[in-house]
Write a protein that binds this ligand. Structure first.
Ligand code: GRF
Length: 210
């Protein structure tokens, strides 16, 4: 019998280029797991249409219809458990998470952030990097803990900032790097090659070569 594949839920709020990259990798059998669900807090977000086209179910909610963050997170948690989700992949999910989800998925929830953490956590990391005048920025994939973009780092890629580079151009280059690195990192987790030792993350086997 075939080994049980890791069941994945992707959370996103916007364009969904990372969702698309993950869905494409899954469709090509290169993700090592299946995407069971998109969770989205914005009914009009382009990512919802991407999910429809990819044949992936979307659980779309309006946060304003709930009394609290915890209230909708309990509903999400029920959905994830019902589907046997083993990994939550945050891909541009713009809501603050509470311990309801973070603790339930401790060590099984990852995020992608458009800077070399711990530099420039929080919103508008690309703009923050440009404003600060750094010469190198990049992309970080990390486990989610209770803090702001503070969990153990799984993978990073650096990107040099060109002289006079615009935010639009840097953002495009960062997205391109993300769209390759994220499916690779998810696959490493799905294949059971990623281990966590305190803050240190080890990935057994081949290195990233995208
Ligand atoms: C990415 O830059 C990611 O690093 C950040 O949100 C953005 C999402 O982009 N967390 P997209 O919606 O996947 O295109």
């Amino acid at each position: 019998m075939a080994e049980q594949q890791l069941r994945i839920a992707v959370f996103a709020s916007g364009q969904g280029s990372n969702f698309q990259a993950l869905a494409d990798a899954a469709a090509e059998g290169k993700l090592g797991g299946s995407i069971e669900l998109l969770v989205c807090d914005k009914p009009s977000a382009p990512v919802v249409e991407r999910a429809r086209r990819a044949g992936i179910e979307a659980w779309v909610f309006n946060p304003k219809s709930y009394a609290s963050r915890e209230a909708y997170e309990h509903e999400i948690l029920d959905e994830l458990r019902r589907r046997g989700v083993g990994l939550v992949v945050l891909a541009g999910y713009m809501r603050i998470l509470t311990p309801v989800l973070v603790e339930a998925f401790d060590g099984r929830m990852i995020n992608i952030h458009p800077s070399l953490l711990p530099s420039f956590p929080g919103l508008n990391a690309i703009g923050q990097a440009l404003e600060h005048g750094v010469k190198v920025t990049g992309v970080t994939i990390h486990f989610v803990d209770g803090g702001l973009d503070s969990g153990p780092i799984i993978a990073q890629r650096s990107i040099e900032i060109g002289e006079g580079e615009s935010e639009a151009s840097l953002s495009e280059r960062i997205h391109s790097a993300e769209n390759v690195l994220y499916p690779w990192a998810v696959r490493c987790i799905a294949e059971g090659r990623v281990t966590l030792d305190g803050r240190k993350v080890r990935i057994a086997g081949a290195d990233f070569s995208g």
